[in-house]
Structures are given as C-alpha cells and as structure tokens.
Write a new protein. Sequence first.
Lengths: 215, 483
Amino acid sequence: MKKFTRFNGIVAPLDRANVDTDLIIPKQFLKSIKRTGFGVNLFDELRYLDEGYPGQDCSQRPINPDFVLNLPRYQGAEVLLARRNFGCGSSREHAPWALEDFGFKVVIAPSFADIFYNNAFKNGILLITLSEEEVDTLFEEVEASEGYRLDVDLEHQRITTPGGQAFAFEVDAFRKHCLLNGLDDIGITLQDEDAIRAFEEKHRQARPWLFRQPA
Amino acid sequence: MSGQTLYDKLWDQHLVKQRDDGTALIYIDRQLLHEVTSPQAFEGLRLAKRKPWRLDANLATPDHNVPTTLKERAEGNSGIKDPVSLIQVQTLDDNCKAFGIEEFQINDPRQGIVHVVGPEQGATLPGMTVVCGDSHTATHGAFAALAHGIGTSEVEHVLATQCLLAQKMKNMQVRVEGELGLGVTAKDVVLAIIGEIGTAGGTGYAIEFAGSAIASLSMEGRMTVCNMAIEAGARVGLIAVDDVTIDYLAERPFAPTAEQWQAAVADWRALVSDEDATFDKVVTLKAEEIEPQVSWGTSPEMVTGISGQVPDPLAADDETLKRSHTRALEYMGLQANQKITDIRLDKVFIGSCTNSRIEDLREAAKVARGKKVADSIKLAMVVPGSGLVKRQAEAEGLDKIFIDAGFEWREPGCSMCLAMNADKLGAGEHCASTSNRNFEGRQGYGGRTHLVSPAMAAAAAIAGHFVDVRTLAANDASHAQEA
C-alpha cells in the first residue's frame, strides 16, 4: 500500500444518497481474479449509455455526457464528494479497488456503510465523515466554482477549501497510522503470533467442538 | 454492573487482544469461501509467501457464478459458458486444492449458496465467529454466532492470521412482539424492520432480533431475518439460542456428538442477552401490524405493505430523500400513488441466500399447487439454495408442483439474486424476487426488482401482478370448509 501524503486535489460531486457498491462496480466486473483494472468500469451504469461487459475496450463506448465524472471540469478528480450512507450493500472490495484505480484518494460524505469503510482504508483510500451541513456547504462551493480543489491533510486531520476554510475530521489512530505509513496490517497482526497461539489453545480447551471436523 | 448482551458475550469469548488505539484482535472460528471474493486473497498469500493459519476453519463452495440449468450443470465446470466465470470457479478449485481447504465443488450434492450450506452442515455453530467475503454472512447470526461480511483484504487477513482487526460495535435490539398474521413470514418481518429503521439505521450496530414473534420463527425464518440485517446497515444480526436452535443442529455433519454435544449444548444455553443487559438503541414493532411486504424502489427501505401504494416523492421529508424517491420511481417505471397490486410483473425469482431453503420452497409450493403461472410472465424460476435442499424438495414432490404450474426448476446457486451467471432480467423488466437487494441493475442491466416473500412471489407468478397472499390463504381455507 502506498503512503498517504498531503495533497491538493480536484473535487467531483456525486449528489446522490445511498450509493451502493453495485452502482460503484456492477457484478459482471467481479469475475476478474485480479485486483487492478476496475477503474474504467467505476460507476459503469451511470458513466456509459450501454451495458458493459468485462474485457471490453471502454474507449469505444457511448458515454453519458450528463454524468458528473464525464464533465470536463471534473477530469482528474481525486476527491469524491458524496451523500449519506455511501458504499452500502455488498462487501465487494472491488468497489474501493475501482475508486482507487480511477484515481480517487478521498471520499467525503456524511456517513459510510460499515463494510465499505473497512475496505476503503485497507486500500489506502481515506474516508472523511463530515456533518450534513458541512457536506452541503462543500456541494454548493464545488458546483459554484470550476477547478475547485481541496487540500487534504491526514496528519493534522483537516481539509481546507480554496477560500481558506478548514474542516476538521475524525479518524481512528490505527487506520491513520496504517495510511500514513502505507502498512500491510497482516504483518502487524503477525507480530502478535504468540498471543494468537495462546488464545487459540485456551479456546480449544474451553470449546473443543469449535475445532471439530465431521467424521 | 449491568449484564451483558449476547453480542458482548460473543465479543469477549473471542477477544485475543485489545489494543490501546481502540482496535482489537478477534479470533475467527469459521471462514466460508466462495469464488468471487477469494482469488485475490489467495494470490496475496502466495505473493507474501504465507500459509493459511488453520485449514480446518475454512470451508469453500462456488455459488455466485455457477449456471443453474441441469444441462449446463451436467458438464460440471465445463458447463460454465462464460469463460471469465469459468476461470473464477476453476481458480477456487485450484486454490482449495493447492492450500488443502475443504471445498464442495460444483456438482457435489452439498454444494450451494455458502449461507445455506454452512448452517445445513452444522458448520455454523452457536458461539462461533463466522466470516465470509459476502455481506450476507449476517445470516449465521440466527445461531447466536457472531457473523459478518468482510472484504477480500480481510479474507486474506483471516486466512493468514485466523484473526480479524475489529472495533466493537454498539448494541441495538429490535423487538417484534405479538403474533404474526396468517401469510406473514420472516421475510415480511425483516422488510418491515428495514422500512422502519432505514438502510443506514443499523450502521455501527450489531442488531439482536428479539421478542415473541422472532422466538416463534423456525431456524430458517430466523436466518431470513438475520440475512437482511445488512440491508438495515448492520453487519451483524443475532438471535439468542433456544430449543429451536439446538434441535436444528442435532446430528448435522459438523455438529458435535455424544458427550461433546452435551457440553456444547450447556455452553450454548448461555448465549442469550442477560435480563439486565442494556442496549444503546431499542426499536419495537408490533407483529399484528406487519402485512406482506413489497419493495417499490431501488433501496430495501423503499418498501410498503401489499395494501399500500407507491409513495409520492413530493411528500418525502427532505430534499435528498425527495430526489432519491423521484429517481427511484423513474428507474422503476412507477407512478406516485400507484397501488402495489397494480404492479405487473415479467419475471419471478424464488431463491437466494435469503429465501431458498426447504421451508421457503414449501411455502411457495403451497401457493403454486394446482395453479398456473400467468401467460404474461416470461420466466418464473425456483432455484434451491443447495444440492441437499433440492434433493429434499424433490423427495417431497415440490419440484413437480412447480413444474406443473409452469415454473422452471433449477440447480443450486446465487442465480438471479445478483445475476453473475446467465440468469438475469432484461432492461425494464419487473421481477417479483425473494432475494435481498433491489438496487439499480442488481438483477440485470435496467432490471426492476421487487423484494417479497416466497409465498408472495408465487402468488404474483400466478396472478401476473402482486396480490395479497392472505386473501388466497383465506379463499383456500373457505374452499376447504365447503368441501
């Protein structure tokens, strides 16, 4: 995982509540056994006017000119501004893989679904939860000014608008640490190998049926 | 000190280490694997030169991609026409073989949807932690197991360490008190709950379902309820252990036997919330007020009773909701204030990890017996949840009832719930579906899903539009009296 560093990026607004992971990446693209290459199919059903299938040359497909990510002013966006309950539904990690592959480093919303929240951080994507009012303010500003960018500073847990207004956000210490240092958490967990073995042995003694195999 | 909730107890029993930063290491007793969310996890293990921590904690079966016609299935993996799907299923077989993980392959009679297979085998037991790279893992909470969906990175983490990094959730109790009316099922209960608390109502919580109406449900009904906890935003749904739980598990292949069974049962009896346990949030529904449910929109919270109507978006509480409802009606091709019983259907799907167990098929067959699927229905299909469910249904003659009525009787898999195989909706088609998600495009590009119970789906197939299954039940009862 890459280290998450402070950056100043273009913001794209997706004005829609309850964006589910089926919408972020439709099921036909989950057939891949790789982790990469999902970016061209991010929001496939909103982005294109036809039905997509895996392995297709997306540059030849009719694009939906009204969809926000297709508008020239949002090209190169690295911050996605969204509405409440973003990422609900299926546990598919293909959703953050697609967002990351497309170029998004940050999603800002009033709330996120739990499984998506975990999956995003494990792929180096920072999810920032702000209040409904703060998100409303950002939507107004983004839509009002072309080339709108936000400065994202994870270390100090704040984003700053072009006008100099700063919004503080919460993020738990462990996730922040992993993101800033680009750490693989399996490696971190295995530092506790002895504790896991000791727990496992005690657990097996107490409840041997949990370790049983069929005859 | 107040008592513990069921969730608190399960958490404590699996806590390996609490870290200062608020995260915890939780031990995982069972991981279920399928072809869609596991290949990248196995690949990650290989790249890091790691081995699975405990092979026997894992159980795998292909389900999402498998074809469901007998003709295709007769050829095993080579019957999978889509080459990309074939690679995925083949990759699961290869990975399980290479690492030594038990797998029920495509034509093993025990193959099926992971969330049907686990409980059916007794591979899901009370007091376990159960994970799977699938959000409907909440299903297993019906057994008082701490079960939830995880992403592929976490699948790899569990394979490598037998643990999960987690943060403790908050406790919510959803009580359904009273007696369910005739024709009102577990599916209607959970849809009504989602309609009440919303798709984000349970975010951050483990929900324990309780109350007399929940206690009256069979294990299969309880699985249907817990299955859709995630549709209320909660990763975890739970139901306390009682005699129904224990009776279900006796003599299942992976369940303990003899003296170990006695010890296990004694241990399981404690898997209930203490009387003085406190919940962060409690929601109560009256069973008598729940009628058969039908979803009208593109989120499971967009649901109403069969006697209701499609809402008017302009009446929604706030701007965001107004926009969501407007967009949903446009996508669904429905009018504000349209009666639910006026929604005409093109396809009917009975199946999925929510509703493909034997009792679901019995309920649907009871409605379909001696009737015919309406001419206007292009396809009505029944997809059993596992090879063993299929075998049981055939032993009871349910397959004949469905086939005689004009339904297609298929082979087990996830099928049209998410349409990763060939079973899908065409653009604009309305489907009465016993699955769990009515998201845009979920069952096929441009497809329009209405979530219902198996009995309601069967009734809709016969009528060609939604009907109140309670009136059918009443008619049947009065006919029986006349005869």
